[in-house]
Design a protein around this ligand. Structure first.
Ligand SMILES: [Zn+2]
Length: 260
C-alpha cells in the first residue's frame, strides 16, 4: 500500500531531513500503524498537529492506517483554545499553565514575569516531565521532539523561535494571551503568586536606597524574595509584547491562508 501525506502551514519546515520542506510525501509500507506513528516517523511530534484528515475524514491520533490513503495534516493555528476539547485533544486544560523544559528555560522566566504559571524542573528525566504535564494539566514547552512524541502528552509546543523574547511572543501569539498578562504578579524564581507586604515588616531587609525611595513591596510566600517597582521593572516590562506588536500580529493572522 502507499500512503500519501500532505503537510500544511509551517509543518514541512519541522520535518526531519531528508523530508524537510517537502509538503507532499509518499510512503510505501506494508505494516499497519497508528496515524500518530506515521506522522512522527517523519520527525513531526503529534503535539504540533491541529487537524488530521484521512481520505477527507477527520480522525484522532490512534486511527489505524491499514490501506492506501491520503492524509492531510494541519498545524495548530492561533488562537489556540486549550480550554475546548477536540477530537485530537479530548482532555482540555483549565487555562494557560506551562511546564517549561530546561532547553527553553529562559522563556519560563519571561512567562513568570508576565504573570503566568510556568514551572521548570531542570533535573527531572523526560518520563517525569511527561507525567507532570498530564497530572498538573500543563502545556509543555520544549525543543525536545522525543519528549513531545510521548503518547500521553496532549498539549505541547515545539518552540520554533531562538531568542527567549521571541519565544515569549510565539507562546503569547499561539494562545492569544495578549489580554491575560499580569506583569510582576509571580515570583521569577519559584513561580509562587506574590503577596503585598507592608514596608515596616521588611525594612530591615532592604538596601538603604531602596528603603529611601520605594514604598510598595511584595513578597514571595514560597522563597521569601522581595519585589518592588524599581528601574529594573521598566526594563522587564519592555520585554513583554506591547500594543504595536499586537497590531502586527493581527496583520500576520489575516494574511494566513485558509485551512483548505
Ligand atoms: Zn519565590
Amino acid at each position: 500500500m502507499t500512503i500519501t501525506l500532505r503537510f500544511h502551514g509551517d509543518l514541512p519546515a519541522l520535518l526531519r531531513r531528508p523530508w524537510r520542506h517537502h509538503s507532499l510525501l509518499r510512503l510505501p509500507t506494508s505494516r499497519t500503524a497508528s496515524i500518530k506513528d506515521v506522522v512522527e516517523a517523519f520527525g513531526l511530534p503529534h503535539t504540533e498537529v491541529g487537524r488530521l484528515l484521512v481520505d477527507q475524514q477527520e480522525v484522532p491520533f490512534d486511527h489505524l492506517i491499514s490501506s492506501s490513503c491520503q492524509i492531510k495534516i494541519w498545524p495548530i493555528r492561533p488562537p489556540w483554545n486549550i480550554r475546548e476539547p477536540s477530537l485530537l485533544r479530548p482532555h482540555p486544560l483549565p487555562g494557560p499553565r506551562f511546564l517549561v523544559d530546561i532547553n527553553v528555560s529562559k522563556v519560563g522566566r519571561l512567562l513568570r514575569m508576565a504573570g503566568f504559571d510556568a514551572v521548570t524542573h531542570p533535573r527531572w528525566p523526560d518520563s517525569k516531565l511527561a507525567d507532570c504535564a498530564v497530572t498538573e494539566k500543563r502545556l509543555l514547552l520544549t525543543k525536545d521532539r522525543a519528549l513531545l512524541m510521548r503518547r500521553q502528552i496532549e498539549f505541547g509546543r515545539l518552540i520554533r523561535a531562538i531568542e527567549p523574547t521571541t519565544q515569549l511572543q510565539e507562546v503569547i501569539n499561539l494562545l492569544a494571551l495578549h489580554h491575560q498578562l499580569h506583569p510582576l504578579s509571580r515570583c521569577l524564581i519559584c513561580n509562587s503568586p506574590l503577596e503585598p507586604v507592608a514596608k515596616k515588616e521588611i525594612r530591615h531587609l532592604l538596601e538603604p536606597l531602596t528603603r529611601k525611595y520605594y514604598q510598595e513591596f511584595s513578597r514571595c510566600p514560597g522563597c521569601g524574595k522581595i519585589y518592588w517597582p524599581g528601574t529594573h521593572v521598566a526594563k522587564m516590562l519592555a520585554l513583554l509584547p506591547g500594543p504595536e506588536n499586537r497590531a502586527e500580529q493581527e496583520n500576520e493572522r489575516t494574511r494566513m491562508p485558509n485551512q483548505e
